[in-house]
Ligand binder design. Structure first.
Ligand code: ADP
Ligand code: MG
Length: 680
């Protein structure tokens, strides 16, 4: 399987380079280059039988090639074809080189949407395959695979190459335990790979796909379970004692009582912490559902047991926010808290690090700065990461490694559907907070277009005059913090010069120095600034209950998850809040996405919709988490198989013979960094 594709007939250096662009360099990768779809050409229609408006596939022979240029800048290429039954015309616009590709007498397989016009059959921009005499057994008369291809690597070439690889001496080794193949009635690997490429029948194709999806998800789940097991077995973790005085005092200090969901989540965390097996728990709950308090209580619990706690967050703004909240809550109890971010001066940083390593600090809150090598704890008992989706598996592990088997809690405000949680967080136990703190008014969300800007800003002005505050978020400029900062500055200046002439406005973006950012945020917290013009730097964590309006300019550029996060900045206090999504997009998908926002505020519902609309790949960059890419499984559609694969994996990771079988392939699939984590 590791043999380079160049060993196959017909692959020279040039073709090899082209194949490499499709990520195919070995025979194994070639065999994993799965078809994107199939065409049943076992019974091709004749041209006379095709239906208007349908996508049809037929065999035909070229009879004439024409090119017309009805006006400047427009070239139409027309290829006439026929079979014994009728004629058809293939049409392309502005693709002049097509003219040279077709010659009378050529045999084609044509697919595309049929249009009957003036009793003519026409297909615009069809997919075409050229048949050379004699090689039709792979390309017609059967269920034919259609591969992801490129301009210079066509379908026939891929098909022939894969056929050659299947018929070569390459041994396809079974990589699932026999018992599992039997129990779950899975096709063996050899026939699965044969049938995924050249299905003997539709039923065999379905079996082949099921087997390969199962295999992929089984390996993913096994890897995650190994990770969890390694963590639990490679030593005894911190065994916290039962809740004590300090925790009681902390709970008494809260200005509110915990919701049932918060209590339940904290109970689950407490139980994990009191157990000697290290905690590996995900706490998911919508923005504003009150995860921070739960985290704070867990931190108090570790402190009262004589340990240190660490809270890692993705942005400095959020670190500062948490630092203020927790200081206010915990300092009166004599708990010592510090902030560690990238923007500390060398001197202050050294001081913080010294105090951490000497045990003169109980809790540290920080950004990625926490996982740098020189950060050393005296006795780390609990590690929490907030907004987990912003971090990868590896970063989580690095922080964890700073203690001796500390308890680990990860939090996310991007609630993810259960299937997704199993895939991405398969190594974690899950607690969910679904209920919002009492007294919250549902945020009213509206979609508005450019013509309504004036009205929208006047509405903001009215809210400000009533004592409230507002956020105005500028359009997203992907990949360019600089351009984004510029557009934010522009909007800020424009608003300050017009509607908000008499209103104190502030501006934050990613290009500000940390102190400047901190200053603006402080002013906003203290309501000295009424309207905050911002980029997405405010996306997570900022908590100003007096802010009631969130205007998102260019809302169409954001995904649902991000819009929901942004909207989560408001509706945090007793006042009615409003979210206004400004968009001029006429794209129906975009409109649908924005409409969903105005229909629901439930993050769990939105997450499901987002997953359906965008598909799993984009929804959640699995790659980013250090997990292997999925080549064939679709975790939305393949939920049934996922649950089976997980069950099988749960069993296999405890059976030594199975583990021996899995280990080498896991190492390949999960790659270097991940390998280090569970093979040493
Ligand atoms: P999250 O981190 O889940 O987005 P936070 O922990 O920041 O949410 O909580 C949002 C707001 O709700 C905070 O102002 C917090 O003080 C408040 N809050 C949390 N729990 C409760 C509760 N049980 N009752 C009332 N208010 C609460
Ligand atoms: Mg939070």
């Amino acid at each position: 399987m590791n043999t380079p594709v160049q060993y196959l007939k017909g692959v020279g250096p040039q073709k090899a380079a082209l194949l490499a662009k499709l990520n195919i360099t070995t025979i194994g990768q070639l065999l994993e280059h799965y078809p994107r779809r199939y065409e049943d050409r076992s019974q091709l229609k004749r041209i006379a039988e095709v239906f208007d408006g349908q996508v049809e596939t037929f065999y035909a022979v070229v009879t004439a090639v024409n090119e017309v240029k009805p006006r400047r800048g427009l070239t139409i290429t027309k290829v006439r074809v026929n079979d014994q039954s009728a004629e058809a015309e293939l049409v392309w616009f502005n693709q002049p080189y097509f003219k040279r590709m077709y010659k009378p007498g050529m045999q084609l397989i044509v697919s595309g949407k049929v249009e009957r016009r003036f009793r003519q059959i026409q297909i615009t921009t069809p997919e075409v395959e050229f048949l050379s005499p004699g090689d039709d057994s792979l390309h017609t008369g059967r269920i034919v695979p259609i591969y992801p291809s490129s301009e210079n690597i066509n379908q026939q070439f891929l098909r022939s190459l894969i056929k050659q690889a299947l018929e070569s001496q390459t041994k396809i080794v079974e990589n699932l335990p026999d018992e599992i193949c039997k129990n779950y009635q899975l096709l063996n690997r050899t026939s699965a790979i044969e049938n995924i490429h050249f299905p003997g029948s539709m039923a065999l194709l379905a079996d082949a796909r099921r087997r390969l999806v199962f295999e992929e998800l089984f390996y993913l789940q096994s890897g995650l379970l190994f990770l969890k097991k390694k963590h639990q077995h490679s030593g005894i973790g911190v065994k916290h004692g039962p809740n004590g005085e300090q925790l009681l005092a902390a709970q008494k200090c809260l200005p509110f009582s915990l919701t049932d969901d918060q209590q339940q989540a904290f109970r689950e965390i407490k139980d994990d912490m009191e157990d000697s097996t290290p905690m590996q728990r995900l706490l998911q709950g919508d923005v504003g559902s009150g995860k921070t308090v739960v985290a704070a209580l867990a931190l108090v619990k570790t402190v009262e047991n004589g340990y240190q706690g660490a809270l890692m967050v993705p942005t400095e703004i959020l670190a500062e926010q948490h630092f203020h909240t927790l200081s206010r809550m915990l300092a009166p109890l004599g708990i010592r808290i510090v902030l560690l971010t990238g923007s500390l001066t060398k001197r202050v940083r050294k001081e913080v690090l010294d105090r951490l390593s000497n045990g003169l600090v109980d809790i540290v809150i920080g950004t990625h700065a926490l996982i740098q090598e020189d950060v050393v704890f005296q006795q780390l008992g609990l590690v929490i990461t907030d907004e987990q989706h912003r971090f990868g598996v590896n970063q989580r592990a690095l922080l964890q490694a700073k203690g001796n088997m500390p308890d680990v809690l990860v939090m996310t405000a991007t609630p993810i559907p259960r299937t997704m949680a199993l895939t991405v967080y398969g190594d974690l136990d899950v607690s969910s907070i679904r209920q919002m703190p009492p007294g919250r008014k549902a945020i009213k969300t509206y979609v508005a277009n450019k013509d309504m800007h004036e009205r929208v800003y006047n509405f903001v002005l009215k809210e400000v005059q009533a004592g409230r505050q507002a956020y105005i978020v500028c359009p997203l400029v992907e990949e360019s913090a600089k351009l984004e900062a510029q557009s934010a500055t522009q909007l800020y200046e424009q608003l300050q010069a017009t509607t908000f002439r008499t209103v104190p406005c502030g501006l934050v973006h990613g290009r500000l120095k940390p102190q400047e950012k901190e200053q603006v945020m402080q002013a906003f917290y203290q309501a000295d600034i009424k309207v905050l013009v911002a980029t997405t730097v405010i996306e997570v964590g900022v908590n100003v209950p007096n802010a009631t309006v969130m205007v998102i300019d260019g809302a169409d550029r954001f995904g649902l998850a991000q819009l929901h996060q942004l909207r989560g900045r408001i509706g945090r206090g007793e006042y009615q809040s409003y979210c206004i999504l400004l968009s001029d997009s006429k794209n129906p998908d975009t409109k649908e996405r924005l409409d969903i926002m105005s229909q629901t505020c439930d993050g769990f519902v939105l997450a499901e919709k987002d997953l359906l609309l965008r598909g799993p790949g984009q929804f959640f960059g699995i790659r980013q988490h250090g997990l292997p890419d999925l080549k064939i499984a679709d975790i939305v559609k393949d939920i049934e198989i996922l649950l089976e694969a997980r069950k099988a994996a749960l069993r296999s990771v405890n059976i030594p013979e199975h583990v021996n079988l899995l280990r080498p392939e896991l190492a390949v699939r999960f790659g270097e960094k991940f390998r280090q984590m569970f093979c040493n």
